[in-house]
Design a protein around this ligand. Structure first.
Ligand SMILES: [Zn+2]
Ligand SMILES: [Zn+2]
Length: 102
């Protein structure tokens, strides 16, 4: 009686290990799928800078703004840098985080 119960328990454990192992193998084997949101482009061209990553006109920093950390934080790297895409020229796809594949 006791032996039979032990055998059942072992077979349950063995089965779950087997299926768990298969799931891991399938996970490793599966190819990344093209992102349905951006069709592998990884994002969309930035509409704020026409995908150039740069503003047409530099951000004007007034004397008052120079003391304002939030304005300096935006323009510290470059006053010509697009604030919409942070100079990247494109807005990264939220679905695939810019990789183009999910
Ligand atoms: Zn931009
Ligand atoms: Zn995407």
């Amino acid at each position: 009686m006791g032996t039979e119960e032990t055998n059942q328990a072992i077979s349950v454990v063995a089965t779950s290990i087997l299926f768990g192992g298969l799931a891991i193998v399938q996970g490793l084997k599966s190819e990344p799928k093209p992102c349905p949101s951006c069709a592998t482009s990884g994002g969309e061209a930035c509409i704020f800078c026409n995908a150039t990553g740069r503003r047409e006109t530099p951000i004007e920093i007034t004397k008052k703004d120079r003391r304002d950390d939030s304005v300096l934080g935006l323009t510290r790297r470059s006053p010509m840098e697009c604030t919409g895409c942070k100079g990247a020229g494109m807005i990264l796809c939220k679905t695939c985080k810019g990789s183009g594949y999910v």
